[in-house]
Design a protein around this ligand. Structure first.
Ligand code: B1M
Length: 211
């Protein structure tokens, strides 16, 4: 099995104790960090999601896979984030109210950092008020970025966009949204500035928005 396949199997199987060494080994033999992430870990989480949907595994297993992926990302982090000087400006990011998923949001934050932004990460289950309070404390913020993975919390994205628009910062900050159930149509409907499907395109769009 290739190193990347080993990593995918470890994430899928929740091998928390093995993952750091496996990722390090893959880096040592010259595997591309983005391939380790996308073809190894992200792909494995897709399989975990399918198995969950088909009742082949359950929330505790999903949680261990998530923990495994997070540990793997920590080993990859220095290889993905090349620049973290914050010279592109500030971005506030969070997973919206009611949603506890943070792996995708963390990846987007990492890519923003890598693109040279200073990232204020509010974590998960972030209320619209918390986004706005942080914006008020950091009026030089250029972008508010909100993530969700649940269809049931898409409304929280709208509430977040509405709160930012009502806060007096409407013309000063862009609001970016994303996450598996989100679409360009939904972004247009709720008045978000931009939607992007993945972490790489989020960073590229952020650069475009501040340029
Ligand atoms: Co949950 N979960 N989960 N889960 N979980 C999903 C999302 C689900 C699709 C699984 C399934 O049924 N197939 C399903 C949602 C169904 C739906 O709403 N349509 C689901 C469910 C139902 C639930 C619970 C309700 C289960 C329960 O309790 N019965 C529960 C909800 C808890 C809550 O949030 N209130 C729950 C809980 C959990 C765990 C806690 C166990 C765990 C999360 C741990 C953690 O994040 N720390 C978990 C996991 C791991 C998943 C799956 C398996 C994997 C998610 C993930 O990390 N993917 C997921 C199935 C799946 O996605 N296939 C699933 C990898 C990650 C890199 O991808 O987050 O999509 P993703 O991010 C991508 C893009 O979406 C995009 O870029 C990222 C990278 O390129 N992106 C953005 C994300 N945010 C962006 C923001 C942007 C731009 C792009 O701009 C700002």
């Amino acid at each position: 099995m290739s190193k990347i396949a080993d990593i995918a199997a470890a994430v899928e199987g929740g091998k928390v104790k093995l993952i750091e060494a496996l990722v390090q080994e893959a880096l040592d033999v010259g595997e591309d960090p983005s391939a380790i992430l996308d073809e190894g870990m992200v792909a494995a989480m897709g399989v975990v999601g399918q198995k969950f949907q088909q009742n082949e595994l359950f929330v505790p297993e999903m949680l261990v896979s998530a923990k495994t992926m997070k540990k793997g990302i920590e080993v990859l982090r220095p290889h993905l984030a090349k620049e973290s000087l914050g010279k592109m400006g500030k971005i506030i990011i969070g997973t919206v109210a009611g949603d506890l998923h943070d792996i995708g949001k963390n990846l987007v934050a990492l890519m923003f950092e890598s693109a040279g932004f200073e990232v204020i990460d509010l974590g998960v289950d972030v209320s619209p008020k918390k986004f706005v309070d942080t914006l008020t404390e950091n009026p030089d913020t250029k972008i508010v970025a909100a993530s969700t993975l649940l269809t049931t919390t898409m409304k929280s994205l709208k509430d977040t966009v509405d709160a930012v628009h009502a806060s007096g910062f409407k013309d000063k900050v862009s609001v970016m949204i994303g996450g598996a159930p989100v679409t360009q149509e939904y972004a247009d409907e709720i008045g978000a500035t931009a939607y992007t499907p993945d972490a790489g395109s989020a960073a590229a769009k952020a650069i475009e928005l501040v340029s």
